[in-house]
Design a binder for this molecule. Structure first.
Ligand SMILES: Cc1cc2nc3c(=O)[nH]c(=O)nc-3n(C[C@H](O)[C@H](O)[C@H](O)COP(=O)(O)OP(=O)(O)OC[C@H]3O[C@@H](n4cnc5c(N)ncnc54)[C@H](O)[C@@H]3O)c2cc1C
Length: 590
């Protein structure tokens, strides 16, 4: 049994995450197995104690920050559980939620997956994996200390989501413990909603018939509220649920063959207009782009200052003054010939927008790529350090970064909106992020509490505009506690109430992730719908839910990913969360 320890100074770091929000809690546990998670939850259910689930606390939306009650930290639940290979030769790795992304990458690259307690089938699959060309897990949320459970709970994305989609299509199975300790085991392609009604059967035999909210999700990159769609796959409800529906205790991840050639091209421009024009021009022409990342003038200036003033950043490359803004393009190709052809298209687009091929850095080797990775990671890292510095005089200041996405045709409009309104407000700011997905993180760097309050008001006004443009108020960080007002702007109070009702069908006492997605008053006002729950033992066992006989079979995996390798996708219909296929050059994945 995992100990439920009272909070003490020993655990004070666990009331914060990378959003720099400060919370409070009365107890904490560090379970190491599913059985321990169930025991702790069953114990806390007796007193209806609220439970905040944590992975690595790298989240930027305060989803893992407790507002009282218990902290369940899963970072010690970090075992590799098994591997299978399907009849098409694809590999699927089963892990506990506390596995850290950096470690997952390392053990795959070095062929050192810890497999001591594995069964014979898994060992056989592992031998086949090691004999095959290198495989990898493509999701890259920049911060490689994130845990798999946290990434799944946020539907994390990052730089490479342009080419490979967010984490969602790479998750093929989940085990989730509900607030009362019951387990739901879900495999992609096996359980579907009928329209907007979803029936789940727990391992204890309880059948839960859930009413899914009626909203339509934006057809952009999206991590705003619950994933709901007519006839949806049940697994997608739990991916991106922000720690509010259940505790993810196991995930099966689809691995992909690593691209043979990866080149990173940092292109520098004299103006933001040129960078946006370049993105719009080159995006539909490239077949094998995995990432399109942007760094504005504020971001590059922060790097210049860090390089000059901090020994930790002295190895950053020098940025000539004429480099005003940067777009980083990552090419993931099957051969050098393919990469060269793509590079020529980049060069052509640069000339068309009046930029120069001479003002580019091309990384072809591991050392150069690592240097570029350090450069990209240094931007958010430095901004977080700056916020910490400002918190010394104004402790109430937290990170103030946007996470909104819009459809392709709105890219110019949204960048103009950011630029004009930031200038009007006179803010110090830095913007960077995933321009390929029309998704920038604009960070206001508050110099005072007045700046901080005004920055919050500005973001609220952007949420209105982005919703009008058909975009998402959170594209990848999740809503957590920080963006729940934006979620109401995006979907309206009625749909938020429907989300709260759905949550209370799975978590009647509203214990899990309190304060995430909706305010506690909204959650507590939602009626507890127990009528949908019944004992499955009374019913005929069902082979598969929804969609008739076709759904007893897992759905066909679709080709996708920048290097053209195949992964499982969540929907038979093209989905905004599906990896970009080479036939979808240009428009957003809709
Ligand atoms: C410098 C920096 C850059 C970043 N860049 C990106 C980026 O480009 N793209 C991106 O997507 N993110 C980015 N992030 C955010 C962050 O890394 C991701 O949100 C990550 O997915 C969070 O994982 P975690 O393990 O730290 O989760 P935590 O922060 O611990 O938790 C996040 C949420 O998931 C829930 N949760 C955690 N584990 C579980 C579980 N097992 N079961 C149920 N719920 C759970 C929590 O309750 C919380 O709501 C960045 C962060 C930093 C610091």
């Amino acid at each position: 049994m995992a100990t439920i320890a009272p909070m003490s100074t020993e655990f004070e770091e666990y009331v914060r995450d990378e959003s720099r929000t400060q919370g409070r809690a009365s107890s904490i546990s560090f379970p190491t197995s599913e059985a321990e998670v169930r025991e702790v939850l069953a114990d806390l259910a007796r007193t209806h104690t609220s439970v905040t689930v944590q992975g690595a606390r790298t989240g930027l939306a305060a989803g893992a920050v407790p507002q009282g009650g218990h902290i369940m930290n899963l970072s010690r639940m970090d075992a590799y559980l098994g591997l299978r290979q399907d009849d098409k030769g694809r590999f699927y790795l089963r892990v506990q939620p506390g596995v850290v992304l950096a470690n997952l990458r390392k053990v795959l690259a070095n062929k050192t997956v810890p497999a001591t307690a594995w069964d014979a089938e898994s060992i056989q699959a592992l031998e086949a994996l090691y004999a095959a060309p290198e495989h990898f897990f493509p999701t890259d949320p920049t911060e490689t200390s994130a845990c798999i459970g946290g990434m799944v709970a946020c539907n994390a994305s990052g730089a490479r989501s342009y080419g490979y989609g967010p984490v969602r299509p790479h998750v093929t199975a989940l085990r989730v413990v509900l607030a009362n300790g019951d387990v739901v085991a879900l495999r992609r392609g096996e359980v579907f909603a009928r329209g907007r009604e979803l029936t789940l059967t727990t391992e204890a035999g309880r059948r839960l018939t859930l009413a899914l909210p009626g909203y339509e999700m934006p057809r952009t990159k999206n991590a705003s509220g619950y994933f709901v769609a007519s006839d949806m796959d049940a697994i997608d409800l739990f991916i991106g649920s922000d720690g509010t529906l259940g505790v993810i205790v196991e995930a099966e991840l689809a691995l992909m063959p690593a691209p043979a050639v990866v080149w990173g091209v940092s292109c520098f421009f004299a103006s933001e207009d040129a960078a946006v024009a370049f993105t719009a021009t080159v995006r539909p022409r490239l077949s094998y782009a995995a990432a399109f990342e942007y760094f504005d003038a504020g971001a590059l200036n922060i790097l210049r200052a860090q390089r000059a003033n901090s020994a930790a950043f002295a190895s950053l490359p020098e940025l000539p003054a004429r480099y005003a803004v940067c777009v980083y393009v990552e090419l993931a190709c099957a051969s050098e010939q393919e990469a060269l052809a793509e590079l020529c298209l980049v060069g052509e687009a640069l000339r068309e927008v009046g930029a120069s091929e001479d003002d580019t850095w091309v990384a072809r080797t591991d050392v150069d790529r690592e240097c570029q990775r350090f450069f990209r990671h240094a931007v958010p890292e430095s901004v977080n350090m700056l916020i910490d510095e400002r918190r010394r005089t104004e402790p109430a200041i937290t990170k103030l970064g946007s996470d909104m996405s819009v459809p392709n045709e709105r890219l110019r409009e949204v960048v103009a909106l950011y630029r004009t309104t930031l200038a009007e407000a006179g803010f110090e700011s830095a913007a960077w992020g995933h321009i390929g997905n029309n998704h920038l993180h604009v960070n206001v760097l508050p110099r005072s509490m007045e700046d901080y309050a005004a920055g919050k008001r500005l973001f609220a006004s952007w949420a209105v505009e982005v919703t009008r443009m058909g975009g998402a108020v959170s594209a990848e960080h999740g809503v957590g506690k920080i963006k729940r007002d934006f979620l109401t702007t995006m979907y309206g109070a009625e749909h938020i109430a429907a989300m709260a009702r759905l949550k209370r069908q799975l978590d009647p006492a509203g214990q899990l992730g309190r304060g995430n997605l909706f305010a506690e008053e909204v959650l507590d006002a939602a009626p507890v719908a127990s009528a949908g729950a019944q004992d499955a033992a009374c019913d005929e066992p069902r082979e598969a839910e929804g969609h008739g006989a076709a759904c007893a079979e897992p759905r066909e995996a679709a080709p996708g990913g920048a290097a053209g390798a195949a992964v499982a996708t969540p929907d038979a219909e093209p989905s905004v969360d599906a990896p970009r296929s080479t036939s979808e050059k240009g428009g957003e994945r809709a």
